[in-house]
Design a protein around this ligand. Structure first.
Ligand code: HEC
Ligand code: HEC
Ligand code: HEC
Ligand code: HEC
Length: 231
């Protein structure tokens, strides 16, 4: 007996599950696992879905004394190794500036827009009024299992400090498309680290792809980001 495990929290994993159910003769059994139906194929393969993150799939062994064949997305498994700050998920508005800054881990290469405010107050205030500042909020109501995919563009630092999976997991100091998404990592600046003043079209295109931003026009969009553009 082989057991295929898919995770409710992993979009890649869910896509594989949908494909298996569509393309192969899996039938629903009377059993469930963590509340999700278990499917079976010719009594040879079981397809089960866990609500948990696949990184923590050890718990399955106690349930299935079988040769387990487990789907873990490599993408997610690798992310576990990356540095991931532990920051309580509190809404920004409930925190004072001091409290926000106190929550930024010393090891973090990204220091957050709130750290730039002290010296670049005008840029900060203008940025707060842009859609970039609210980009994480925009996706808060989308299905949780899909949020990680969105957060690559709708937050700052995805993949650099570990992969946050849901909106709640985005460290409070990295919500929205922040200064550092365009100017680069701020740790050590000013002094040791110089910020990129020049922000090229390529930076915007990381997120403003043809699919996600069909009306993107570089010069027109530059007018609306809240920074002074040199002519
Ligand atoms: C302690 C004050 C201070 C903080 C905090 C600070 N900066 Fe600066 N920034 C400066 C100074 C001074 C300069 C000019 C000298 C230099 O380039 O280092 C500068 C220059 C820049 C420039 C280049 C501007 C130009 O005209 O060349 C950018 C872009 C920039 N900062 C962005 C940021 C961002 C983004 C953050 C937060 C991640 C940040 N800064 C945090 C003081 C600061
Ligand atoms: C890290 C990803 C990312 C980068 C880099 C980025 N953007 Fe954006 N941008 C977004 C997202 C996401 C939105 C939508 C925000 C929302 O409404 O939730 C957006 C929205 C905007 C908007 C608002 C559009 C409107 O409908 O009013 C402008 C203007 C904009 N971006 C300009 C730029 C420019 C110019 C650059 C490059 C200098 C850039 N962006 C770089 C992700 C990014
Ligand atoms: C490749 C980057 C990228 C990904 C991935 C992405 N977005 Fe976006 N999204 C953008 C950009 C850029 C904009 C701004 C488009 C514009 O105004 O030109 C945007 C705009 C939006 C808007 C419109 C906001 C407004 O103010 O009108 C919504 C809603 C949205 N995205 C939701 C999502 C959701 C939900 C997901 C995940 C399923 C997602 N996006 C994934 C880049 C992305
Ligand atoms: C969407 C990308 C983007 C974001 C987000 C962004 N900037 Fe900029 N910033 C630019 C671009 C583009 C320029 C103009 C570069 C040029 O033409 O010289 C610029 C210029 C600057 C400059 C030099 C000119 C000036 O306005 O004084 C500073 C300082 C700066 N940004 C700081 C910040 C800070 C601080 C934040 C966050 C609060 C921020 N930027 C957010 C893209 C961005």
């Amino acid at each position: 007996m082989r057991v295929l495990v898919t995770s409710e929290q992993d979009i890649a994993s869910l896509t594989i599950k949908e494909h298996l159910l569509e393309a192969h003769a899996f039938s629903k059994t009377d059993d469930t696992f963590e509340g999700n139906p278990i499917y079976s194929h010719d009594d040879e393969v079981l397809l089960i879905t866990t609500n948990r993150d696949m990184i923590h799939c050890d718990h399955l062994e106690s349930h299935f004394e079988t040769e387990a064949f487990i789907f873990c997305s490599r993408h997610r498994a690798e992310s576990a190794k990356l540095y991931k700050p532990k920051v309580a998920p509190l809404p920004e508005k409930d925190l004072s500036e001091k409290e926000m800054i106190a929550r930024i881990p010393k090891e973090s290469p990204l220091i957050g827009a709130i750290s730039c405010k002290r010296c670049h107050e005008v840029n900060y205030r203008n940025w707060l009024k842009t859609k970039h500042a609210k980009a994480t909020q925009t996706i808060a109501t989308s299905p949780r299992y899909a949020q990680e995919e969105c957060l690559i563009c709708h937050a700052t630092g995805h993949g650099k400090i570990g992969e946050f999976v849901t909106v709640d997991e985005v460290p409070v100091y990295l919500r929205g498309v922040q200064c550092e998404a365009c100017h680069g990592e701020g740790k050590g600046h000013p002094g040791k680290g110089e910020m990129e003043r020049k922000v090229t079209l390529g930076v915007c295109r990381n997120c403003h792809t043809k699919d996600q931003s069909p009306t993107f026009n570089y010069l027109a969009y530059l007018e609306k980001i809240g920074c002074k553009i040199s002519k």
